[in-house]
Design a binder for this molecule. Structure first.
Ligand code: XMP
Length: 312
């Protein structure tokens, strides 16, 4: 079993020795892995660590500021970087799921984050890679973006900085244990999974600022109504079809939201949660009245596989 205090001490030593009297940077997403790395590295380096939260414009309602505030309260200062326009410019006109995902990865690493690393002059970069990320990449299930070293890429030579991955031997439950020992609140350590491409994973077709705002609003409704449901993950998805409907007694075209709610152990397979019908009806009522233009609400009843959990 993992002794969190011993782990924290050992990793702080490694980080301290590796960085020496230099400086390091990391990017915080608000997920449990990057939050734990932020706390660990902050403990090891103090103000020689610079942590950025990059607001890509694709997150949930109030999420960027909320995450920054929590880490601040835990004693780890974070700089919020507004990169919304850059991400939307990269997504413009893209409808293919892989192209949308690639646009986000490229904007994050090649444009925004590498610029911040360069400006900071830091020679060390901390990442929240965990053991599962390595396993999935090696197995070819899902190429996680953060396993450069495992792919044999010498970042010191190629990019001028060294990557430190303090969580690389841990799986999720152990990361949560370490997070609690570091003083992170349950809101972070028990956070349900949320994908890196954020709300773009829940918009079929082009992810414009308007369409992201719409799915964000639907997500607020969904998360309020399902807050007490014991599921692995749930999501509201904006479809791309124009759905015939009725507005003010007249035939009109509107939008369709698909709700998914998953039971799963490890995200590799999943089945739809047996949600009570009155809850689904309440969701439909709120989505059609509170989310502008929505005339149709569906509930997904297919399993993964062949489905995936996200829509993109
Ligand atoms: P899929 O859609 O592949 O999702 O069935 C399985 C789990 O992975 C999450 N997911 C991601 N997580 N970066 C992540 O960190 C990503 O690009 C990404 N795509 C999907 C998804 O939310 C689900 O929990």
């Amino acid at each position: 079993a993992l002794d969190p205090e011993a782990f924290i001490k050992a990793q702080c030593d490694v980080i301290g020795k590796t960085v020496g009297d230099g400086t390091a940077v990391n990017a915080l997403s608000g997920g449990v892995d990057s939050s734990v790395v932020t706390m660990l590295a902050h403990r090891a380096l103090g103000d020689r660590l610079k942590t950025f939260f990059i607001d890509n414009g694709l997150m949930r309602e109030g999420e960027p500021q909320r995450v920054v505030d929590i880490l601040q309260q835990c004693g780890a200062p974070v700089t919020l970087v507004d990169a919304r326009d850059e991400f939307f410019a990269a997504l413009k006109g893209k409808t293919d799921p892989e192209e949308k995902r690639q646009a986000i990865t490229d904007t994050f690493y090649k444009a925004v984050f590498s610029r911040l690393v360069k400006q900071s002059g830091a020679k060390h970069l901390l990442q929240g890679t965990i053991y599962t990320d390595v396993e999935e990449t090696v197995a070819g299930i899902k190429r996680q973006h953060n396993i450069l070293a495992q792919l044999g890429i010498d970042t010191a030579k190629e990019y001028g900085y060294t990557v430190i991955e303090p969580l690389i031997q841990l799986r999720k439950p152990a990361v949560r244990t370490v997070g609690r020992a570091l003083g992170l609140p349950d809101e972070i350590t028990n956070r349900p999974p949320f994908p890196g491409p954020a709300l773009v994973a829940r918009v079929i077709g082009e992810a414009t600022p308007e369409r992201i705002a719409l799915v964000r609003k639907a997500t607020v409704v969904l998360e309020e109504e399902l807050a007490d449901v014991d599921a692995f993950q749930y999501m509201a998805i904006l479809h791309n079809d124009r759905i015939p409907g009725m507005r003010d007694g007249k035939r009109d075209y509107g939008l369709q939201i698909e709700v998914r709610c998953w039971d799963s152990r490890d995200a590799r397979t999943a089945t739809p949660t047996h949600l009570p019908f009155d809850l689904l009806e309440r969701l439909a009522g709120r989505m059609t009245s509170e989310v502008r233009g929505v005339v149709s609400v569906t509930y997904n009843i297919a399993s993964k596989p062949p489905s995936t959990m996200e829509a993109v």
